[in-house]
Design a protein around this ligand. Structure first.
Ligand code: SF4
Length: 538
């Protein structure tokens, strides 16, 4: 069969739409949904530029979908239901509907049924997308495409030339997929795998330089875990497995090589990423992050007690006062932390909420988020929870709670497992109380003291308030009236907020020439006893 890409005839008659589904639209968004621009990059030129719709900005318009068009929708569990609504409408209008993303990978049958999909792409879509489009244009889409876990050298760069520059505060670039940890509430290590797949420094830099030319100076490194090899991993490997040690050292060396390149970017560049708390034991890594303009990181603290950390298989974290000291290390090295905490763990007690807010206040965190434990598909927690419930799951609006993402948003329970000592309402109210305390005007102002000017501190207050407004929806009043008020408020604030992040376009910026000077981190080795990291001088 002649492919559409080869014939170029049928391909031209169909349009490709890529939709990032969301119930709430703010007109302005914090971070670009990277997948939209990557799949645009993976779309062969014969299909023309895809039409990109990010519903966190504006809702999609069904009238845009025409018979024979291809509508690609990527979903995670949180936006699956909205994605299915879009899929249904697109199919009714005669378009080919294709789902991808973590949730569709886990539940392809659901996307084919509830989402009315013709096809589901499982795993990475970068390479297989061209085949999907070809098959649709020939009228023969397959139900399942196996995208697999492709090598980093096959990651497709994003088409940033298609971005509406004035709609986003932060751009997003991926440097690594996969995470070697195995936290019980997280699906990343199961979907993206535990083997870190790192892009080369040059591939990452090319995208970043393009973004800086366009005027983005705040860029999220949208990685599963920017810190894939801890010192402890090196020490263990040094004692047990020399071959593994060489692998880990190579991964680590590539991280430093990337940071060395990032360090050569204009000095006002700011990156934000996601790392584990173990990085606090690794001052050279933190210093390299600072030099590389990686000035902020999300750190999953999760729980402040040893019992809580055991609940989530995260006992590589610290608890109590040691936790405060450990978190303070990030700021001492110039890295600001957004700490993430989970409430509703079986070991939580009423006192846990006060203890958490106290630790969050004293740990020099710049921001914090407090989420309620939700069993997400693809996680150990979910499998255990689903098995415990068995086949006779309670239903809400006719949907078993083991498929909670299909329950209409307003009716969704806030907690899914009965807690040993607290009611769901109590956990919800206490969680909201923690958000209120942490983001009270007095607390925010106190946290802003690291900024030296009144203007800087006021900006910090504004950003803190909008962050709280956009993300604290665990709330006492998550009813639709309150949610829509909240959305309006965030919508109103988001525009001026974006201006704070805007950079000056730098169309003349070229790829920095690699600085051949001595970089101490390129010469690190674990010592033969496996006890320490030593710097080998040339
Ligand atoms: S929560 Fe973070 S550290 Fe844990 S498995 Fe997921 S990505 Fe890795």
């Amino acid at each position: 069969m002649v492919s559409a890409a080869e014939s170029g005839i049928q391909a031209r008659s169909l349009k490709v739409h890529l939709i990032n589904p969301s119930n709430a639209s703010f007109g302005t968004a914090v971070i670009t949904p990277r997948w939209l621009y990557v799949l645009a990059g993976a779309t062969p030129g014969c299909f023309g530029d895809p039409i990109l719709v990010d519903e966190t900005l504006e809702q999609s318009d069904p009238l845009q979908f025409q018979r024979g068009d291809v509508v690609g929708i990527s979903i995670h569990t949180g936006n699956a239901l909205r994605g299915y609504e879009v899929g249904k409408v697109a199919r009714e209008r005669g378009a080919y509907v294709v789902f991808g993303g973590i949730h569709a990978t886990l539940y392809p049958e659901e996307a084919l049924g509830v989402g009315c999909a013709h096809s589901v792409v499982k795993g990475d879509g970068d390479r297989v997308w061209a085949q999907v489009l070809d098959d649709c244009s020939n009228g023969v889409p397959k139900p399942i495409y196996e995208g697999g876990r492709i090598d980093a050298s096959d990651f497709v760069p994003a088409r940033w030339d298609l971005i509406p520059r004035k709609s986003y505060m932060w751009a997003s670039v991926q440097t690594i997929r996969g995470c070697p940890k195995h936290c019980s509430f997280c699906s990343v290590w199961r979907t993206d795998g535990q083997r870190p797949r790192q892009r080369t420094a040059d591939a990452v830099m090319e995208e970043i330089v393009e973004l800086r030319r366009l005027g983005f100076r705040y860029i999220a490194l949208a990685d599963d875990n920017f810190y894939p090899v801890s010192l402890n991993d090196l020490k263990l490997a040094a004692r047990q497995n020399p071959e593994r040690l060489r692998e880990l050292e190579a991964i680590r060396a590539e991280r430093f090589e990337l940071m060395s390149s990032l360090a050569d970017l204009p000095s006002d560049t700011v990156f934000f990423t996601q790392i584990t708390m173990e990085a606090a034991e690794d001052p050279q890594f933190l210093d390299a992050m600072k030099a590389a303009h990686i000035l902020g990181a999300l750190v999953g603290v999760e729980a402040v007690t040893p019992e809580g950390l055991k609940d989530v298989y995260k006992d590589f974290n610290l608890a109590g006062e040691s936790l405060v000291e450990r978190l303070q290390v990030f700021r001492q090295h110039g890295v600001h932390v957004l700490g993430s905490f989970i409430f509703g763990l079986p070991s939580d007690r009423p006192a846990t909420f006060d203890a958490t807010v106290s630790i969050a206040q004293r740990s020099d965190l710049t921001f914090a988020q407090f989420v309620m434990l939700t069993p997400f598909p693809g996680t150990v927690d979910f499998n255990r929870w689903e098995a415990n419930i068995g086949t006779d799951a309670p239903k809400v609006a006719g949907v078993p709670i083991t498929r909670h993402w299909l329950i209409p948003h307003d009716l969704r329970p806030k907690l899914y497992s009965p807690h040993p000592v607290m009611s769901t309402d109590e956990i919800r109210e206490r969680t909201q109380g923690v958000w209120n305390l942490y983001y009270s005007m007095g607390s925010i102002w106190h946290r802003s003291r690291f900024l030296k000017t009144a203007k800087g501190r006021l900006t910090f207050v504004l950003i803190s308030k909008i962050y709280r407004q956009m993300y604290a929806d665990t709330g006492i009043a998550a009813d639709s009236a309150r949610t829509s008020w909240s959305t309006r408020w965030a919508r109103w604030l988001a525009k001026p907020c974006r201006m704070l992040f805007a950079g000056k376009p730098m169309p003349e910026l070229s790829m920095p020439i690699a600085n051949p000077g001595y970089r101490p981190w390129q010469h690190q080795r674990i010592d033969p006893s496996g006890d320490a990291l030593v710097t080998i001088r040339p």
